[in-house]
Design a binder for this molecule. Structure first.
Ligand code: GLC
Length: 523
């Protein structure tokens, strides 16, 4: 299991209200105890923090807020000592506008590094060169007074896009990867991959014919000429070849794409991204058994032969799963995540049932909130809830955390849930333990079971003669399943954490929002 840490929010060891690397290092035993295999850190590099670290001014150093390069080495050492892996966030699409490369590029049209970014003359009326919009709102083009051209920023105005058609840019960014791989980092989660190349002719994006007022602003145009452009796969292969020249490293790609465009990122010869993130559960509009099953089946069917699946419920950009489905069903979603075929990724706090926090507009800090507070990502980035003490143990008492804590942290925190045999944390840990020790649940096949009541999703995981049935009731009321052809078995884990018992599958009662993992007897 991969565990995503948003470093600002995990643990503040020095009392500045912001989490840091020594803070993370001090919690590795918790992650070990939970059963995590690998940790992915959102960016820790020097940055003016316009987009909280996704705007980088130096790719090969650590922001003083988070610590030093030495702290990173220490963390890496401690991670490896515990047989864990460390994955860094790699942000190849854009830098900060304060990066020395951009400072050079914007200094003159003649500058050697001008072409490292994407510049364009104004349209004949002086306006932006085309209709492309920023994912954070407004035009994707910013006029530069001094050199009288526009530069492209798919995200914030302070995040100019690098020009990946320039060979020097590619080489420099590949050197960045080498820098970290040489240090012993176990791989990268690669940011915003789907927009890495842009249309060479800068054609206007078509208007989305289905868009209506009230729909998200960023879906008004179809991003046909910005997303998944020809040429991407050659770059992915190069990244993979570089990664493979080290042993045992991984590439995980952030790619918000429909399945038919996502799967090719595994590579025709499985020679591109090891794990193109599967955001099906993150983007799914309704959370119902039938839709979940459809999504799982479609994903399984679309996977290229030999490709390894992965599943994600949330991340630092999207509403937390416990907010989307509620506390009761949050337990079911953990069972789902941890019993499906493929590598699960857990966003910090998900194991506790942390929810989005309520925030007034004035305290929002996300650049996305500037124009569109309704899309602010601050609510999903609140401090990790460690215990009942002031500031939930995230930062020393008397320190103000960079984002507030919710009132419910008194109940929803590591210390309380660790002691509670029925907590979500206990359930998550037991699920991870069961998964790790059960071949059928790790590498076994996946087969959905037909003929179950509406509101239920049931599937079989099997590795040779070992068979496990996962029965999930999303309906909010009791359901009776009649699966006599499955014979007998034993409930090894219920989301209620109150029953482990033999069961005749001819009559399986699932309470409201209950899920069971059942070890089936040999036929
Ligand atoms: C990715 C990150 C997001 C960031 C954006 C720009 O989508 O997950 O947090 O704002 O890229 O780097």
């Amino acid at each position: 299991m991969i565990y995503q840490i948003y470093p600002r929010s995990f643990l503040d060891s020095n009392g500045d209200g912001v989490g840091d690397l020594p803070g993370i290092a001090s919690k590795l035993d918790y992650l070990r105890w939970l059963g995590v295999d690998a940790i992915w850190l959102s960016p820790i590099y020097p940055s003016p923090m316009a987009d909280f670290g996704y705007d980088i001014t130096n790719y090969t150093d650590v922001h003083p807020l988070f610590g030093t390069l030495q702290d990173l080495d220490t963390l890496l050492h401690k991670v490896h000592q515990r047989d864990l892996k460390l994955i860094l966030d790699f942000v190849p699409n854009h830098t900060s506008d304060e990066h020395p490369w951009f400072q050079q590029a914007r200094s003159s049209r003649m500058n050697e590094q001008r072409d490292w970014y994407i510049w364009h003359d104004p349209a004949p009326d002086g306006g932006p060169p085309n209709n492309w919009t920023s994912r954070f709102g407004g035009s994707a083009w910013q006029f530069d007074e001094q050199t009288e051209q526009y530069y492209l920023h798919v995200y914030d105005v302070k995040q100019p896009d690098l020009n990946w058609r320039n060979p020097q840019v590619r080489q420099t960014m590949f050197d960045v990867m080498r820098f970290w791989l040489d240090r012993g980092v176990d791989g990268f989660r690669v940011d915003a991959l789907e927009v890495l190349l842009k249309d060479e002719q800068f054609r206007d994006n078509p208007v989305n014919p289905l868009w209506k007022p009230g729909d998200p602003f960023y879906t008004r145009l179809l991003e046909d000429y910005v997303v998944d452009q020809p040429g991407m796969h050659a770059i992915m292969q190069e990244m993979r070849t570089l990664t493979e020249s080290y042993s045992q490293r991984v590439l995980i790609g952030e790619l918000y794409l429909p399945l038919e465009r996502l799967m090719p990122y595994y590579g025709e010869q499985l020679d591109e991204i090891h794990l193109p993130f599967n955001f099906q559960f993150v983007t799914m509009p309704t959370w119902e058994a039938s839709t979940i099953r459809q999504v799982v089946d479609a994903y399984e069917a679309a996977l290229p032969e030999g490709a390894w699946p992965n599943w994600v419920l949330g991340n630092h950009d999207r509403s937390r799963i416990a907010t989307r489905v509620g506390h009761e069903q949050a337990r079911l979603t953990q069972m789902l995540l941890l019993t499906l075929r493929g590598t699960p990724t857990c966003y910090y706090g998900e194991e506790l049932g942390m929810q989005d926090i309520a925030l007034p507009r004035e305290v929002m800090q996300d650049p996305l909130a500037r124009e569109h507070p309704e899309y602010s990502r601050d609510p999903v980035r609140s401090p990790m809830q460690w215990d009942r003490s002031p500031n939930a143990g995230f930062c020393p008492p008397g320190t103000e955390p960079w984002l507030p804590l919710p009132a419910d942290y008194q109940q929803i925190n590591v210390a309380v849930e660790r002691e509670d045999p029925h907590s979500l944390l206990t359930l998550t840990r037991r699920l991870i333990e069961l998964r790790r020790s059960t071949l059928a649940l790790t590498t076994g096949s996946y087969c959905p079971i037909e003929g179950v009541p509406d509101g239920c999703f049931v599937y079989l995981r099997q590795a040779s003669s070992q068979r496990y049935l996962v029965a999930l009731n999303f309906s909010g009321q009791e359901q009776t399943l009649k699966l006599s052809e499955m014979g007998h078995g034993r409930i090894v884990l219920s989301t209620y954490l109150d029953r482990e018992e033999p069961i005749d599958l001819a009559l399986l009662r699932l309470r409201s929002d209950e899920g069971n993992v059942i070890e089936l007897a040999n036929l």
